[in-house]
Design a binder for this molecule. Structure first.
Ligand code: EPZ
Length: 421
């Protein structure tokens, strides 16, 4: 196992190229199950998670060939309908093969994804939506078993206790593309990754209206064809580097980054004192020395993304005052608090809130990565801290940040890997 060593306290400089979106790539790769024709998907980030999805598709009978950031996915033999525990348990995003498998094969057996450190991660909305399309669903021995003679369009309300659900919207929308008749999804997720999936499905011949809105209308078709598609930039990676620049008081530039999908973050960063703007197709970040304390609450898109909450908290640990952070999407997504406090931050939980009292400096320390975005927060803290930070279990980072070490070194950071004993 490797650990990442960071000698912090240095400003960054230069330009970083943003990779394709992990959370668009995963459902789009799953959507290839809906066709017997080859699909070419470009700008796919080479990550543990996209490789895991590739392995899952191969286990289901697809041929998956990665050539740099292009994935060619085509049929190899008879499609299987069982998504094994071993793979689904390593990545909950695998659960979004349920809708396409059910729609294409009229049956599917997918392991129930476990919870994770950010929350219990229920799937009730996925099952509600697929049942509304006529599927018979039972849960046994940790698997969801779904079967149907023919999916039929229906009107479905997919709002849950925390608002819309990204992957439930993906599962139901994909299933509806081959259902008989029209499906209306109310309170659909509006995340850009879902809009990207919808555009991919339309490129395959699906009929979808209301893309990017909470009201989706899907008119079922008999068949979907292969297509050639380029995935959007990763807005969470883009936002992570924007916050990193603010925390290290560095002026950096993002190439092929996401700006219009990050308005909530850009707005918050302007309150913090960090200017983020577009110039000649690039995104420039210009922070100030003083980091102003700014409270923040996460919401489903277009609200402040929960996947940037930990990173923003790392920034607020260095603010010249107190800020309050609430995560309305995953109320317990605060595992990063203890590790940040080990680096000298002053954060405490009070009910649903995290109260962050800014400090002048953070100090390097050995810390443990735990989940993808909490680990990104530790990277930001380590780069801003005085001294050396050692981040253990960095496989969490490799799930969602392509070529992270290289990108950080290209920005002038003192970062390297060492083997853990
Ligand atoms: C997607 O997960 C993302 N993952 C997550 O990113 C992201 O944090 C999340 O959306 C929210 O934006 C991928 O796209 C692969 P949800 P998803 O269903 O779809 C509740 C990362 O770091 N809910 O939108 O699983 C749920 O408990 C990952 O890249 C139900 O109540 O999340 C949560 O409170 C982490 N019932 C809220 O909805 C359900 O059936 C949002 O969850 C499903 C969800």
């Amino acid at each position: 196992m490797d650990k990442l060593i960071i000698e912090g306290g240095k400003p960054l400089k230069g330009e970083v190229k943003i990779s394709g979106s992990k959370n668009a790539a995963l459902p789009i790769m799953a959507a290839t199950l809906l066709t017997d024709e080859p699909c070419v998907i470009r700008n796919v980030p080479r990550l543990r998670d996209t490789m895991t999805m590739g392995k899952l598709l191969i286990s289901l009978g697809k041929d998956v060939d990665f050539n740099n950031n292009t994935a060619v996915i085509k049929p190899k033999g008879k499609l299987g309908h069982v998504a094994e525990y071993e793979i689904v348990a390593t990545m909950r995003g695998s659960f979004c093969v349920l809708g396409p498998l059910l729609s294409k094969l009229r049956k599917a057996k997918v392991s129930l994804p476990g919870g994770c450190v950010i929350g219990i991660r229920p799937v009730d909305l996925h099952l509600k939506g697929l049942s509304a399309l006529g599927a018979k669903i039972d849960i046994a021995n940790g698997f969801v078993n779904a079967r149907v003679r023919q999916l039929k369009g229906n009107n479905i309300y997919l709002g849950g206790v925390s608002g819309s659900s990204v992957l439930a919207t993906a599962n139901v929308m994909m299933a509806a593309t081959l259902a008989k008749g029209v499906t209306i999804i109310e309170s659909a997720a509006c995340e850009p990754e879902i809009a990207d999936l919808a555009k991919f499905l339309v490129a395959m011949g699906a009929k979808i209206k209301g893309i990017g809105s909470p009201h989706l209308k899907i008119t079922g078709v008999a068949k979907l064809k292969g297509t050639n598609y380029r995935i959007i930039p990763d807005r969470i990676e883009s936002g992570t580097y924007m916050i990193m620049a603010a925390a290290t008081r560095s002026t950096i530039t993002l190439r092929q980054g996401s700006f219009n999908h990050l308005i909530a973050l850009v707005d918050k960063l302007s309150e913090v004192g960090t200017k983020v703007y577009q110039e000649k197709g690039l995104i420039k970040i210009q922070p100030k020395k003083i980091i102003k304390p700014v409270s923040m609450t996460t919401h489903p898109y277009p609200g402040f993304p929960t996947d940037l909450q930990a990173q923003f908290m790392a920034l607020m640990t260095l603010a010249n005052g107190v800020s309050l952070i609430i995560d309305k999407v995953y109320p317990d997504r605060f595992i990063h608090i203890s590790e940040l406090n080990r680096m000298g931050a002053h954060i405490r939980r009070e009910g649903l809130s995290a109260i962050v009292e800014g400090v002048r400096n953070l100090y390097g320390a050995p810390v443990m990565a735990s989940d993808l975005r909490a680990s990104a927060a530790l990277i930001i803290a380590g780069l801003a801290a005085k001294g050396r930070t050692e981040i253990h279990r960095i496989y969490h980072l490799e799930r969602g940040y392509e070529n992270l070490d290289e990108k950080l070194c290209a920005l002038g950071a003192s970062v390297w890997r060492e083997k853990t004993s």
